[in-house]
Design a protein around this ligand. Structure first.
Ligand code: HEC
Ligand code: HEC
Ligand code: HEC
Ligand code: HEC
Ligand code: HEC
Ligand code: HEC
Ligand code: HEC
Length: 405
């Protein structure tokens, strides 16, 4: 075990702590809708295409049972260590068929906890959850994708912490449903270890599907979907409110977790945090909705999130696809097309994103690498659509000379 050779990365997901410390003003009994969930496997038989594509989305993968595939960090000897200092470290091992984190101090075993649930698809990073009776705790060591390495869990200072409980609000954004067990003490919260549905899955967006499935299994002639939440007739506000419930930055909950449903008015369930400065929050642990709503595109059209995003598919990095969606409004040959003369039209059409929605440093996702004093931020796409002059220069400079005009 060589301390120097071990890559020490500390992840400071500053916003994680703030995103999950939403207070509940009123506690009403939870809706008993867990009985109406059926799980997305059931949808496969009739919606196979959507089902298959959706399996690959960060939404579907955002919470999973812990196993050798879902955990992105390495258990290989030499790579399965995280040192806080030469005498204090955590190992990641497989013991009796379970993946575990074990804390050592001066080579003495202090405690062992199992990886039970994985949070985060791993696009940027993951944190791991461990059951202690009916409470979930965040394990100290997480995973950071940009360096493909174990890292200190989001929001944790540079020491091993095993007693940070996971709140219902955190589960609400990263899963379809967890049944909360009502207990005397409010903190930490208790959850059923059996009644939960992982991933931001079909039924998170379309509502519990049991009735829909039963109906269509018995009425195979019916060509119109029954007993299911459809977005077809939603108003713009209904569409936006839904995505905003998770992509709208810090919201103060006024009703119990898991009670807000697609189609409902967000303001009946949450109030935006007034301290928040949307222009400075790029991520969802920041605020994509807030960023977009400051753009001319948004203010002068009826755009919603699904104008650009097909939520059933993982379209990450598909720049040409997204650019085509820009051009559904900014058509070539019309006045509203890009006005810059710095590149040919054919070059412009390939990538509207880099100059107008560039990747910028995230405020909430930052990491401290060994030897650094300042944390290195991860990158997210800016949802405030405008002209970013510095990115324009960067993009043009990155082009082979022959292709520019
Ligand atoms: C037994 C077959 C069957 C199963 C299983 C099934 N559906 Fe459907 N669903 C249909 C039919 C038929 C329609 C109507 C035609 C269409 O839109 O594809 C439909 C339509 C829909 C619609 C569109 C509604 C609209 O009008 O916009 C949604 C959303 C939907 N289903 C979601 C689900 C989800 C989620 C599941 C799994 C929980 C599921 N379905 C399982 C048969 C099924
Ligand atoms: C229940 C909370 C929730 C709702 C509602 C929700 N999302 Fe998400 N979304 C997430 C989470 C959590 C992630 C991060 C997944 C990950 O990487 O672990 C995510 C990721 C995404 C991503 C892709 C992230 C990437 O890294 O490529 C897009 C795009 C997205 N959401 C769009 C939408 C749109 C559009 C809507 C509304 C139709 C929506 N989301 C509704 C929670 C939600
Ligand atoms: C993040 C939210 C979200 C998730 C998760 C989700 N959907 Fe959808 N779904 C939508 C939205 C929004 C629309 C409307 C799309 C539009 O109008 O462009 C839609 C439309 C549909 C439709 C009808 C129109 C179409 O696109 O064919 C069906 C059927 C459907 N979804 C089934 C499913 C199934 C099955 C799953 C799981 C495998 C699923 N959805 C997962 C948000 C979601
Ligand atoms: C308001 C909804 C919300 C809450 C609350 C929330 N998250 Fe997230 N989380 C998201 C979204 C959305 C993303 C996708 C990145 C982004 O847009 O900022 C994300 C990203 C992540 C990621 C990185 C996934 C990846 O690969 O990009 C992890 C890990 C994560 N969250 C864990 C947690 C944990 C643990 C908690 C509770 C302590 C929590 N989140 C609370 C919505 C939320
Ligand atoms: C639903 C229609 C629609 C879509 C889709 C759309 N826009 Fe716009 N956009 C507009 C409107 C309307 C305006 C304001 C009038 C104008 O400048 O053309 C605008 C303005 C702009 C501006 C000027 C912003 C400023 O601050 O001066 C830029 C740049 C822009 N859009 C780029 C894009 C890019 C890039 C995309 C795709 C990622 C996109 N738009 C998608 C409707 C749209
Ligand atoms: C004008 C088009 C457009 C609209 C409208 C739009 N997005 Fe995006 N979004 C993009 C593009 C382009 C990307 C970068 C995709 C990639 O990964 O290559 C992106 C990426 C994301 C990501 C992935 C994380 C990141 O920043 O890289 C999330 C989450 C997301 N969008 C959520 C939303 C939500 C929620 C809304 C509505 C409030 C929304 N988007 C509206 C174009 C749009
Ligand atoms: C090389 C970077 C670059 C690319 C690629 C690019 N643009 Fe632009 N765009 C600019 C610049 C710079 C301006 C400001 C005009 C100027 O002064 O040259 C602009 C202006 C615009 C405007 C008008 C803003 C106004 O004043 O109303 C729109 C709309 C726009 N772009 C949309 C697009 C769309 C859509 C695409 C993809 C087809 C695209 N842009 C591709 C750099 C770019």
């Amino acid at each position: 075990m060589n301390y120097r050779r071990t890559f020490l990365a500390i992840l400071v997901y500053a916003c994680f702590s703030s995103a999950c410390t939403t207070s509940h003003k009123t506690e009403k009994p939870e809706p008993k809708n867990e009985l109406l969930f059926t799980g997305s496997e059931t949808c496969k038989s009739c919606h196979e295409d959507i089902y298959k594509k959706h399996q690959l989305t960060p939404h579907h993968l955002t919470s999973q049972l812990a196993d050798s595939v879902s955990i992105k960090g390495s258990f290989e000897e030499g790579k399965n260590l995280f040192f806080y200092n030469p005498e204090l470290f955590v190992t990641m091992d497989k013991e009796h068929g379970k993946f575990v984190q074990t804390l050592y101090a001066r080579n003495k075993k202090i405690k062992t906890r199992s990886f039970d649930l994985v949070f985060g698809s791993g696009v940027r990073g993951q944190t791991y959850l461990s059951w202690q009776d009916s409470t979930l705790f965040q394990l100290p060591i997480g995973y950071l994708a940009s360096v493909d390495s174990w890292a200190n869990s989001p929001g944790f200072s540079n020491r091993p912490i095993f007693n940070r409980p996971i709140t219902a609000r955190c589960l609400e954004c990263h899963s379809t449903y967890f049944k909360k067990i009502v207990s005397e003490k409010k903190q930490p919260e208790h959850f059923s270890k059996k009644q939960f549905y992982l991933g931001v899955d079909c039924e998170k967006c379309h509502g519990p599907g049991k009735q829909h499935v039963n109906f269509h299994q018995q009425n195979t002639q019916t060509k119109e979907g029954k007993f299911i939440t459809s977005f077809k007739n939603f108003t713009r506000t209904q569409q936006l409110d839904f995505c905003r419930s998770c992509h709208g930055g810090k919201l103060i909950a006024s009703k119990p977790a898991f009670s807000f449903k697609a189609g409902e008015n967000l303001n009946d369930y949450f109030t935006p945090d007034s301290v928040q400065v949307p222009g400075k929050q790029l991520d969802s642990h920041g605020n994509q909705f807030g960023m977009l709503s400051q753009s001319k595109c948004f203010l002068q059209s009826d755009m919603t999130c699904i104008t650009c995003h097909n939520v059933h598919e993982n379209e990450k990095g598909m720049v040409a696809t997204f650019s085509n969606r820009c051009m559904s409004c900014h058509r070539e040959g019309t006045k509203s097309f890009c006005t810059t003369k710095k590149l040919s039209v054919s070059m412009l059409k390939q990538n509207c994103i880099q100059c107008h929605m560039p990747e910028k440093n995230s405020n909430s996702i930052r990491m401290l690498l060994q030897g650094d004093d300042v944390p290195t931020p991860a990158k997210m796409h800016v949802h405030q659509i405008t002209v970013y002059q510095d990115e324009v220069v960067k993009y043009i400079n990155s082009m082979p000379l022959t292709k520019t005009r």
